[in-house]
Ligand binder design. Structure first.
Ligand SMILES: Cc1ncc(COP(=O)(O)O)c(C=O)c1O
Length: 397
C-alpha cells in the first residue's frame, strides 16, 4: 500500500466548508463563475455559448481538443513571448492530476527532489510517497517568502532530479521575480535538473510593486527541461470544470506523461474542454481576467486595512499575487494555537479559514499562522472580516 500523509488542507476544507451558514474566506479560487456569467462577459454577444449540444459525447480528443490546447499554449505567449507548440500541452483533470501525473511519471526511489516550502502539500508529499528523498527549500518571512538561491545550492545533491516551485505561491501569495527564476535556471541547466513550476495561480500578478513586472512562465526562460502546470480553477474562476494542463518545452517529458496518463484519464470530459476553450477565447478572456484581477485588488485593500487595524495582534507579508494570504495571530504577544483558533472562530462566528501549522507547516512550523483566501465575493470577505474583527476584540485584545 502507498504510504502517504493525509492531505491536510483538503481534509480541513472538506470537513468544514459545508458548515451551515459558513462565511468561507478559506477558498483559493477567484469567486467561481457560472456558464451564464461567462457568456455575459463575452464581447461577442451574438455568438452562441460554450456548449455545442449536437456533439456526440464520445471520449473526444485523447490529449484534449486541438482548440483548447492551442489556447493554453498561447497563454504562455501572453506575458512574455514563448512559443510552445500545441503538441507540448496535454489536458488533465485539474492541476492536481497534472501535478500527480508528472511526479508519477518522472520520480522514483533513488531520486532527490527539492521543493519550496510552505506550499501546496501535494508538491512534496507525492514525490516522497513515490520513494524519492525530498528536501524542503524554506521560504523565509524576512525575505518576503522569496526563495533564496544560496539555500538551494546547499540542498542540491548529485542525484537531484527535480526542483519544484509554485509561482505565485500558495499559501503566502508571494511572487518569484524573473531575476530569481533566471538564477534558478542558471543553476539547474548545467546539472540537467528538471525545473517544475506549479503556475496554477498565474496570471493573477495583481499587486506587484510598481517597479516590478509580472514574471514569465518557467517555460519562457530558454531551458528545455522545464515543466509548468496550470488550471482553470483559480485565476479563471472555473474549478467546477476540473480542467488543468501540463506543458513542457521537452517533448520527451510530454510523451512520457501521456503514456502514464493513459492509465488514469483516457480523456478529459468534452464538456469541460468546450467550456475551458470558450473561457480562454479572445472575446471572453480579457474580461474574465480583468474581473478577477479587479476583485483581487479590491479585496486585498480590504484585507490590508483589517491587518493594519489589528496590527497589535496580527502581522503578515502582504501578498503580491495569487489569491491567498498568510497571517499570524497572537494573544499577549504569543502566537495562537492556530488549529484551535480556526475551530473556535468557526464555532463562534461561522467564519472559515485554514490553520497554517496543520495545513502548510507539517505541524511544527507556522505556529499561529492562518491562510485566508481573499478573492471571494467582496461582500463575503467584508462580512468575514467584520465578524473576525468582533471576535478579535472580544478574545485577543
Ligand atoms: C498550488 C496548487 N496547485 C494545484 C492545485 C489544484 O488545483 P486544481 O486541481 O483545482 O486545478 C491547487 C489547489 O488549491 C493549488 O493550490
Amino acid at each position: 500500500m502507498v504510504k502517504i500523509q493525509p492531505f491536510e488542507v483538503e481534509q480541513w476544507m472538506d470537513r468544514y466548508e459545508l458548515t451551515p451558514g459558513v462565511i468561507n474566506i478559506a477558498e483559493t479560487c477567484a469567486a467561481s463563475l457560472s456558464i451564464d456569467d461567462l457568456v455575459g462577459m463575452s464581447v461577442n454577444q451574438n455568438e452562441p455559448g460554450p456548449l455545442i449540444l449536437s456533439v456526440k459525447l464520445t471520449y473526444g480528443a485523447i490529449r484534449g481538443s486541438q482548440t483548447l490546447r492551442q489556447k493554453v499554449a498561447s497563454l504562455f505567449d501572453r506575458a512574455s513571448p514563448v512559443l510552445i507548440p500545441v503538441e507540448n500541452v496535454i489536458i488533465t483533470q485539474g492541476a492536481i492530476m497534472a501535478n500527480f501525473l508528472l511526479f508519477y511519471t518522472l520520480i522514483g526511489p533513488g531520486d532527490h527532489v527539492i521543493c519550496v516550502y510552505p506550499t501546496y502539500q501535494q508538491l512534496y508529499a507525492v514525490p516522497k510517497s513515490l520513494g524519492a528523498e525530498v528536501s524542503l527549500w524554506k521560504l523565509k518571512e524576512e525575505h518576503g517568502y522569496i526563495p533564496d538561491l544560496q539555500d538551494l545550492k546547499r540542498l542540491a545533491k548529485p542525484n537531484t532530479k527535480m526542483i519544484v516551485i509554485n509561482n505565485p505561491n500558495n499559501p503566502t501569495g508571494s511572487t518569484i521575480p524573473a531575476s530569481v527564476l533566471k538564477e534558478l535556471i542558471a543553476f539547474a541547466e548545467p546539472r540537467g535538473i528538471i525545473v517544475f513550476s506549479d503556475e496554477v495561480y498565474s496570471p493573477l500578478y495583481h499587486s506587484l510593486p510598481s517597479d516590478q513586472e509580472a514574471p514569465p512562465s518557467i517555460l519562457a526562460l530558454g531551458y528545455e527541461k522545464t515543466v509548468a502546470t496550470g488550471s482553470m480553477s483559480k485565476a479563471f474562476a472555473l474549478a467546477g470544470i476540473r480542467l488543468g494542463w501540463i506543458a513542457s518545452r521537452d517533448p520527451s517529458i510530454i510523451e512520457a506523461v501521456s503514456a502514464a496518463r493513459d492509465y488514469t484519464t483516457i480523456s478529459v470530459s468534452q464538456l469541460d474542454d468546450q467550456v475551458a476553450a470558450y473561457a480562454l477565447s479572445e472575446p471572453v478572456l480579457p474580461s474574465l481576467l480583468k474581473r478577477n484581477e479587479g476583485l483581487a485588488r479590491t479585496n486585498l485593500a480590504l484585507l490590508s486595512a483589517f491587518v493594519e487595524r489589528y496590527r497589535s495582534v496580527c502581522s503578515w507579508v502582504k501578498p503580491t499575487a495569487g489569491t491567498t494570504a498568510l497571517i499570524q495571530f497572537r494573544k499577549n504577544g504569543v502566537p495562537v494555537d492556530d488549529p484551535e483558533f480556526v475551530v473556535d472562530v468557526l464555532d463562534k462566528t461561522k467564519v472559515l479559514f485554514m490553520p497554517g501549522s496543520a495545513c502548510f507547516g507539517l505541524g511544527k512550523d507556522l505556529k499561529g499562522f492562518v491562510r485566508i483566501g481573499y478573492v471571494c465575493h467582496t461582500e463575503v470577505l467584508g462580512n468575514g472580516l467584520h465578524e473576525l474583527g468582533r471576535y478579535i476584540e472580544k478574545h485577543l485584545l
